[in-house]
Design a protein around this ligand. Structure first.
Ligand SMILES: Nc1nc2c(c(=O)[nH]1)N=C([C@H](O)[C@H](O)COP(=O)(O)OP(=O)(O)OP(=O)(O)O)CN2
Ligand SMILES: [Zn+2]
Length: 137
């Protein structure tokens, strides 16, 4: 069977800190992250596309802009969550620690929820650190 993939890069800025972690990333800090979203199909549409790059930007990219970009991404167990909520800081609260792996997983699940044929999500947290996730649905 033929397989086609398209990969869309989506960039966003975020702050976070890791709980249950003893390194420097236990403190608040920020990243200019680069997401790579890999979609896979076994056929092209009448335009010769697996999926239009613009469609990915308009669906998943919109979700990333509205929910992750310029937000503090924190784990629900982080004691900062109620404090920052109280002063109205924009947060994205995750059930898991906001590592690059778990953020990649969060985006994969959102892409699948949106009906996109997602194969893999990758998050470059820095220019030297990459985590990826492949789920199954
Ligand atoms: N497997 C993971 N390890 C680490 C994560 C992560 O999400 N998954 N996150 C962090 C920190 O949040 C932060 O991203 C630091 O990453 P690091 O690559 O150590 O950043 P540096 O700028 O110090 O990288 P160098 O290029 O090596 O200077 C930590 N670990
Ligand atoms: Zn970090």
């Amino acid at each position: 069977m033929e397989r086609f993939t398209v990969t869309k890069a989506l960039d966003f800025s975020y702050g976070h800190r890791l709980v249950r972690y003893t390194g420097k990333c236990r403190h608040l800090h920020g990243h200019n992250g680069l997401l790579e979203v890999v979609l896979e199909t076994d056929r092209l549409d009448e335009r010769g596309m697996a999926i239009d790059f613009s469609e990915i930007k308009d669906t998943l990219g919109k979700w990333v802009r509205e929910h992750l970009d310029h937000r503090m991404i924190l784990c629900r167990e982080d004691p900062l969550v109620p404090l920052l909520e109280k002063i109205g800081e924009p947060l994205y609260v995750m059930e898991d620690n906001p590592t690059a792996e778990n953020i990649a997983k969060e985006v994969w699940n959102k892409a699948a929820d949106q009906g996109l044929p997602v194969r893999e999500t990758r998050l470059w947290e820095t220019s030297t650190s990459l985590a990826s996730y492949r789920g199954s649905r």
